[in-house]
Design a protein around this ligand. Sequence first.
Ligand code: XUL
Length: 528
Amino acid sequence: MALYIGFDSSTQSLTAVVIEIAGRERRIVLERSLPFDESLPQYRTHHGVLSSEDGRTVVAPTVMWADALDRMMATLTSSGIDPAEVKAISGAGQQHGSVYFTAAGVDALGRIDPERPLATQTEAMLSRAVSPVWLDCSTTAECRTLASAVGGDAALAKLTGSRAYERFTAAQIRKFATNEPEAYAATGRVHLVSSFMGSLLAGGEAPLEPGDASGMNLMDLASRTWSRAAADATAPDLIRRLPPIKDSWTIAGELAPYWQRRYGFGRARIVAWTGDNPSSLIGLGLHAAGQLAISLGTSDTVFGPIAAPAHDPDGAGHVFGSPAGGYMALTCFANGSLARERVRDAYGLDWSRFSAALRRTPAGNGGALMLPWFVPEITPHVEDAGVRRRSLDDTDADRNVRAVVEGQAMAMRVHSRWIVDRARDIRATGGAAENDDLLQVIADVFNAPVVRLQTTNAAALGAALRAYHADRLAEGHPIGWPEAVAGFTDPPGEPIRPQAANVAVYEQLLPEYETFERGNVAWRAITG
Ligand code: XUL
């Protein structure tokens, strides 16, 4: 019997999924989540982040993630699993967020003292106390400079998989290097959330891998190496500050003595961490082009594997490396559960009353439409936050609930056509995937069955499965992805099927939605 741990260090929480594999016997043995706001109140985060008054600058206290990892290890080992049985560990991190180490801090990773808490030791390794995260949209000027230096947005998208994005790491590094040149000069390495967490576990620098590195606007997508042109356009002397990019199945090292001595683990292998979306691709068992997934988390994302890099004609989507090799396409919406929660709270509802409101209202909402841009939106690109309503009274709780869900589902359909025009089925994950009424709207808008897997923690499960896959390879017994994920990613129940009458309503409403959306967006066209 062998245990594998997968983590998901996401915006609002750290989640762990532990799987057990004994030949054909495979099961999830434990799932635990640690929400940052409630479990670590001393960091004073709200929804896991610290935001400026205007909401455009969004960071997280880097040390909070280290603290969460320490606590999660304590939780896991007191939950009945035998730490000595853990063979390999991997993880997923919220994408794009960056962590800044001094050169001495990188060396100190190899000397983490088991006698002292991890958080205080981590603090001393950093040249910057906070990490900019994916919700940040303060770097429009940096994006313009970066794009024009490499020949325009279309050229940057061709090179790196995405045009310049505010939340992507290059623009964030540029802002830091410009505004805090001394702290940038003191920076020895810039890591992502994923490789930072992997480095803490391995007690030494973990590499980046193509899945998460492609969320930086810095990696040449074709060669999977750093692009000198993009790096030089970002900040002085950046290339030497970037960790190496290695295959996603690279073993970063052995679990550091800190974890072995404190919690009784053995010499588990640490497998390179990836981004949360690439990890969910594995956790949902997606390895063939034409498959589509929807993740309903703090952000909502629509993604799927693709055979070769494609590009979103609207310039809103991304191409990332897939941790299984090859590529994946993704579109991200900032107003995911953030928007659903805002509507829920505005009308004093809880989730069950939110669902009841969905059931009481008809598909199509009598033509009412909402663009739920409570925070600046990524897709479509909207800088000025603000909810836009059409034929919708903002005092009508039921119809506003339906409008937020329908608005999100129609945006997902419109902005995922470039990935898959007609999906055979859709795999759903993330907290809100537990809600049948919400998934029904998605099934009807996409005219495709929606399936849910055993867990809605696909990113953490994907990490555990990646740990297993890489461990077999390291043992000299490589396995393919279908074998690696078997028993974990087969849909356990019936899908939620589209209802013909509702499908017809949305076929009519979709063009109206598109017109309404376009009328509210100053499109930042992709230029050559
Ligand atoms: C993807 C993105 C978000 C974060 C959320 O591009 O910005 O989905 O990965 O954790």
